[in-house]
Design a protein around this ligand. Structure first.
Ligand SMILES: Nc1ncnc2c1ncn2[C@@H]1O[C@H](COP(=O)(O)OP(=O)(O)OP(=O)(O)O)[C@@H](O)[C@H]1O
Length: 371
């Protein structure tokens, strides 16, 4: 075991408060800390202003405060090829992708991790709210962040045990309020910086406008599943299952929700009422499966799962169909399970891994209208 002084830790620094405090804590623990900023997206606007440049300026200021070296690396090409292409392809296929999951899998904890290791780093640290637990036999698990509201294991479900072995999450045991407090106490320039929200490359921009720059919109009809035309839609990719806003169907009675998509005929299916039966299902098939400790997974088992971020866990039964496919039966019916989103499995505080929701099932039948 190396001592902290001889252990080099590269911290992924975004210019935000979380990674600033992650670097601070590691520095306080005596590690050999290096801050690296990744530029993944060129968002220079018509005035020549780019938020990545502003963020990097904050990284420089924090690293100077902490007296640690810093660099900037450019992964725009890898990000475009691995994350953005997937993002567009999924929307084209009528699904709702999760670019953060893909970014963690392909960029932060692959391209960026490899870069850090090539620089002689022993570990890559980020400001994610998750925890790594190492046992005396060298096995590594990922636990939820201690701050229930901030836990980010949902987005980290595709990391392998080998990758986690090289990772540190210095904030995993802390509540967010404490992180802000530490930043203020140390007068870090990012202490009051507001948290980033939404998809990172879209930022504060309008989602519809952004997507329409890359994918041609194909307007079509909005129908009930009985074929009654209720209006028109602007393009199937702009809508997600369970969505209420932006349908523009008025009239009396309960509000209307998106219940499905027909890609072949370019129809958006809508149904009335939040509790609409068409939105409910009792199983799903997931693909792109990652188990963090695959040897500990049996052919069929009970655990809990999240089908979207910031959702309470639900009890499920998982059956392994193949290396890349699982069948997940829900103990209680679930509303608006969405293809393309991640399903993430937990045993108590331990994240077991996850996959991508592919097919939605009700009473042993695939729900074709979901797309
Ligand atoms: N551009 C970047 N360069 C290097 N590391 C990054 C970058 N963006 C994010 N990270 C790392 O990934 C972690 C989680 O990213 P996320 O986008 O969820 O940020 P966040 O929770 O808002 O954190 P922060 O307050 O540090 O921005 C960050 O804390 C940071 O360690």
């Amino acid at each position: 075991m190396k001592n902290n002084k001889d252990t080099r830790v590269v911290v992924g620094m975004s210019g935000g408060v979380d990674s600033s405090v992650a670097a601070l804590l590691l520095k306080q623990q005596g590690y050999d800390v290096v801050g690296i900023f990744m530029k993944n997206w060129d968002d220079t606007d018509e005035f020549g202003v780019c938020t990545a440049t502003e963020d990097f300026d904050d990284v420089v200021r924090v690293c100077n405060q902490l007296e640690i070296p810093y660099y900037s690396v450019n992964f725009e090409k890898q990000y475009w090829d691995k994350v953005f292409t997937y993002f567009l392809d999924e929307y084209k296929a009528g699904r709702t992708p999760n670019p953060d999951v893909m970014c963690n899998k392909e960029i932060k904890f692959k391209a960026f991790l490899d870069h850090a290791l090539a620089l002689g780093a022993d570990y890559l640290a980020t400001g994610h709210y998750a925890q790594v637990r190492r046992d005396k036999n060298g096995r590594v698990e990922m636990l939820r962040g201690n701050d229930e509201n901030k836990d980010q294991t949902y987005f980290l479900n595709q990391l392998s045990e080998d990758v986690l072995d090289k990772v540190m999450f210095p904030l995993g045991h802390l509540p967010k309020s404490e992180v802000r407090k530490i930043a203020k106490e140390h007068e870090l320039v990012t202490a009051e910086k507001k948290d980033s929200t939404g998809i990172c490359f879209i930022g504060e921009r309008n989602f519809k406008e952004f997507l329409s720059e890359y994918l041609p919109a194909q307007p079509g009809e909005m129908q009930t599943l009985d074929g009654i035309v209720k209006g028109s839609h602007d393009g199937l990719m702009y809508y997600t299952l369970g969505q209420r806003q932006g349908l523009g169907i008025g009239g009396s009675g309960d509000p209307w929700f998106v219940v499905g998509k027909n890609l072949t005929d370019n129809i958006l299916y809508v149904g009335q009422g939040y509790e609409n039966d068409y939105l409910y299902s009792n199983a799903l098939v997931a693909t792109d499966i990652n188990w963090i400790q695959p040897d500990k997974i049996s052919d069929t088992f009970n655990c809990t799962a999240k089908f979207r971020y910031r959702q309470q866990d639900s009890e499920v039964n998982v059956t392994i169909k193949s290396e890349n496919e699982v069948y997940v039966a829900f103990k209680e019916d679930q509303r608006a399970i969405t293809p393309g989103q991640a399903v993430v499995f937990y045993d108590g505080e331990v994240c077991l891994g996850g996959g991508t929701i592919d097919t939605i099932i009700k009473n042993d039948h695939k729900l074709d209208y979901v797309g």
